[in-house]
Structure formats: C-alpha cells, structure tokens
Ligand binder design. Structure first.
Ligand code: 13P
Ligand code: ZN
Length: 272
C-alpha cells in the first residue's frame, strides 16, 4: 500500500487540488489541516517515523494532546501537493502536553508545518471544545472576491453575514451562525491565532480582512463547500456593486425566518 492510498490523504489532496483550481492558492497562499480519527491513525501507523525530534509549538494546547494531524507545509505551493505529496504535506503528532509536535511522515527535506500551524491548532481546539469530535478540518484560503469585499464593506459581523446571506438563498442554511470578521492583522503568529480561536467558538467561518478566510468543518466536502459557498456569495455581491445600479429587491428578514422554519435551521437572528 502507498501512503497516498489512505482515504484521509486522498481526500486532503483532492481538496487542496480543488482549492488551487479555484484560484484561492496563489504561490504558497493558504494552508489546510486535518485532525485524524483514531481509526485513521491506526491504519496509517505503519508509515510513521516515531523517532523524529519533538519541536516546541511556542504555546500549550492541552485539548489536543496526543492528537495527530495532516498538514500542509510552510512555503509550499498548493499546485505541487498532488504531484509531490511527501514534500509538501506531512503527518504531525502532538505530545502529551500539547506543547510540542513531531513529524511522523512527509514534509521531506527539512520542511516545516504551515506558518499558520498555531492558528489551525487553536481553531481545532476551539472546535473540539464546542463540538466534541465531529469537526476535523480547518482550511485557510485566499478567495479573490471575499478579499475584495473586505475593502468595501464595514468590517463587522452583522454587515458581512447579512450581505452574504442575501446573495444566495442557501447561504443562511449553509452558515446559519453567520461569519466572524477580524480586522487586518500580522499573520503567522500567536496573536492572530488566539483572536481567531476566540471567534471559532461560535463561527465556522472567519474573515481575515485583506487576507482571506478560515473555515472549519466536519469533513473535506463540508469545509470546501462552505468556502465555495461564501466565495460565490462574495462574487455575486461584488458583481452587484460593480453594476453600479440600485438594487430593487433582496431576501428580507421575514424571508430568512421562513427559510429557517422550512429547513429546521437555528439562524442567528441577531443578524436580521
Ligand atoms: P504558509 O506557506 O506558511 O502556509 O503560509 C501561507 C499563508 O497563507 C499565510 O497566511
Ligand atoms: Zn494566508
């Protein structure tokens, strides 16, 4: 068996290739992490190097002690993941304290996990606290239209959520909790990681102004689908703005309430 025949690795690579095809991963832009289920870790154990050195994370995340993640590498290009997986992605294990990691497979030639590893891990921890074991994927991408909107809309959660919800009827069903919004921040550090994780408690999507989005989900399909839906809504919003014409109608707060009732969705009514 090849490592790349493992189901979770195949799903991860397919999602990375889909994100690249969408144009959300220029150069080394974006990163992806997946928290392995115990059964997946057991299935992959034969390829793990358990003699690798532990490396400090620079923070302790005890909720994730002993957890194993599939991660993209820092400075790696998404377009290279499918043809050269072991150089561009890797499996990393956290130690018993949740303060250090070691590379069990991949990230060849002294490569390191993404510079946003701390943001990913803190977001995973936030989701684990909020949702137990159901959430597995954290995805950071640079979607064009959403980034453009972060220059045009006020950077608050109510405005972003309503503007996006109104663009496609299904948006409110796909992200009924709305979207979190953060102002511009220096990326790749502990500060942005902590601020993101604080929002991940209540949102599955966080906008990083003038940078991109962080999405959380239960599996690859749901997480990619969430990013795809948000970016399509942003594209429609931008097309409407570019038309420079008065909007004649939209989806109203009463419509949203009807929708929530019809689909049994618990909509964040503070955004209506
Ligand atoms: P990495 O190459 O370290 O993953 O960084 C890319 C990125 O998008 C940072 O926000
Ligand atoms: Zn980025």
């Amino acid at each position: 068996m090849n490592v790349t025949d493992l189901g979770f690795i195949k799903g991860f690579i397919r999602m990375a290739a889909d994100g690249y095809a969408r144009g959300w991963h220029e150069r080394n832009g974006g990163n992806l992490t997946y928290r392995l289920k115990k059964s997946e870790a057991d299935e992959a154990r034969w390829c793990f190097d358990t003699k690798a050195q532990w490396v400090s994370l620079g923070a302790k995340i005890p909720e994730l002690a002993d957890e194993i993640f599939l991660v993209t590498g820092s400075g790696k290009f998404f377009r290279n993941i499918e043809p050269f997986p072991s150089e561009n992605i890797g499996v990393c294990e956290l130690d018993q304290s949740g303060g250090s990691y070691r590379i069990l497979w991949g990230l060849d030639n002294d490569s390191k996990p993404t510079s946003e590893f701390l943001s990913h891990l803190m977001n995973h921890a936030a989701k684990k606290r909020a949702k137990g074991d159901s959430y597995r994927v954290i995805y950071h991408c640079h979607p064009t239209n959403l980034i453009a909107l972060s220059f045009l809309l006020p950077l608050d959660e109510k405005t972003f959520t309503r503007e996006l919800w109104e663009m496609i009827t299904e948006c409110a069903i796909v992200f009924p909790d709305g979207v979190g919004v953060m102002p511009w921040e220096v990326c790749g550090g502990r500060d942005i990681a902590e601020k993101s994780a604080a929002l991940m408690d209540k949102y599955d999507v966080i906008v990083w102004a003038h940078h991109g989005i962080f999405c959380a989900g239960e599996d690859f399909d749901l997480t990619f689908g969430l990013a795809d839906t948000i970016e399509k809504a942003a594209e429609i919003r931008l097309k409407i703005m570019s038309a420079n014409a008065k909007t004649l109608q939209t989806i109203t707060p009463d419509n949203f309430k009807e929708l929530a009732k019809a689909f049994g969705v618990d909509l964040a009514e503070r955004f209506l």
